[in-house]
Design a protein around this ligand. Sequence first.
Ligand SMILES: Cc1ncc(COP(=O)(O)O)c(C=O)c1O
Length: 494
Amino acid sequence: MKHQQPLGDTPPEEFRKQLHELADWIADFRENIESVRVAPDDKPGAVLAKLPAQPPEQGEPFEKILTDVDRLVIPGMVHWSHPMFLGYFGWTTTAPGILGEIITAPLNVNAMTWRTSPAATELETLVIDWIRQWVHLPPEFGGVVYDTASVGVMHALAVAREEAAPSVRKRGLVGAGAPVFRIYASEQAHSSAEKAAIALGLGEENVQRVLTDAAYRMDASALREMITRDVRDGFKPLAAIATAGTTSTASVDPVPEIGRICREFKMWFHIDGAYGAGFAILPECQSMTAGWSDADSIVVNPHKSLFVPLDFSVLYVRDLERLRRVFTLVPEYLRGDTVEAQKNYMDYGIQLGRRFRALKAWIIFRSFGRDGMAARLREHIRLANIFAGWIKNDDPEIIGAREGFRSRFELAAPVSMGIVCFRFVGADKNKLDRLNSEIVERINASGRAYLTQTKLRDRTVMRIGIGNVLTTEEHLRRAWNIVQETARELNREK
Ligand SMILES: Cc1ncc(COP(=O)(O)O)c(C=O)c1O
């Protein structure tokens, strides 16, 4: 007869031992993060090939599983918490964030209604309001926590759709006789606008991309022209999305002008502040919030710039009841759970079951305070500008550019928040796109640092994002040396 495992959970004493072991594991991992490669140099499938394809029939001891985490998982990861990880917006792990996730785990509640999770619901309301105050939104903005900004913009546009074609919720687009709607966002805006249009049956092609100026900000006059043309051609302008902190360059669109156009054409005005809005907690960045109070909705991702671990994104809507009207639907088996509550967060989106995300945010915000977060964000801006200064003062004599090239690197966009876009230009023009891309690929494959690449006006550029609390000037100096070295190597090989 097979050995029978006891029923129930791990015995308390054994669990306590495992937790202590795990606490040491986590503390060691954080302390020694720099000893791991930032990224592996494996081909897809490498991790899978090392793992048994058959699911386990018998339970295994935790110690053995943890050994496999060390042996197989850790080397197969891109370490977003590594101080040399400069990809995307730069990412951060923090000790209070880890503690928040740990405390959330044993509670494991479902924050769908107030009754199923009173403290989770009320903490969510509280932290949403703290962020609202920090980013200077007026009190008529209420919010809800989702996993991501992509989900936030989809819900915002669902409300826009319902208000522009009442009864879509009930009868669908065709049944409600809805027109062909158009949504406008700059050519630098995030692709989540198209994803939302796909999900809402509005059509990807009906997201119209508006030209940007030399600093990659939406050209408001081009927006007005597009809307006017669309109205003439029988389309119905539904919404415009202004971005505060675009994905490639962190540019900030002219929000007040876009807001005025939305009012004039009776359109929904959404602000994508997924990355940038968090910087509004800095007094020196407050001017960015001009015009925000005219928005119908705004997304803020504290998991991008306010130190909360993934995932935590807030959608604010001016008068949150507008969102509830579109999504409330109480199945009979939950009716009793909803009667006395002021707020049941399941009413504010398509998701029923919801994690207790607010706890980790509450712990982070209390641990750092606004002041602590502001100081760290300020440091990220300072570091980005230092890096940009090195590029601007790059001396081609030091690490030989090919003859005839006055400089090897140039900034590819104005520095904004923690983002620096730059380009290697010390070679023949027709080789530059490939070279810039290969520099990033080679650095990432080396495991020494991690950058991203993007296209700006059809030119490939390199990009760093500084957002990690562990990244120091010394790390950046190292990254800059690696970039120069790699550019020189590749340029010589070509
Ligand atoms: C400006 C902007 N908006 C939205 C998103 C989507 O974010 P999420 O991953 O939270 O959906 C991103 C992602 O990087 C972004 O840069």
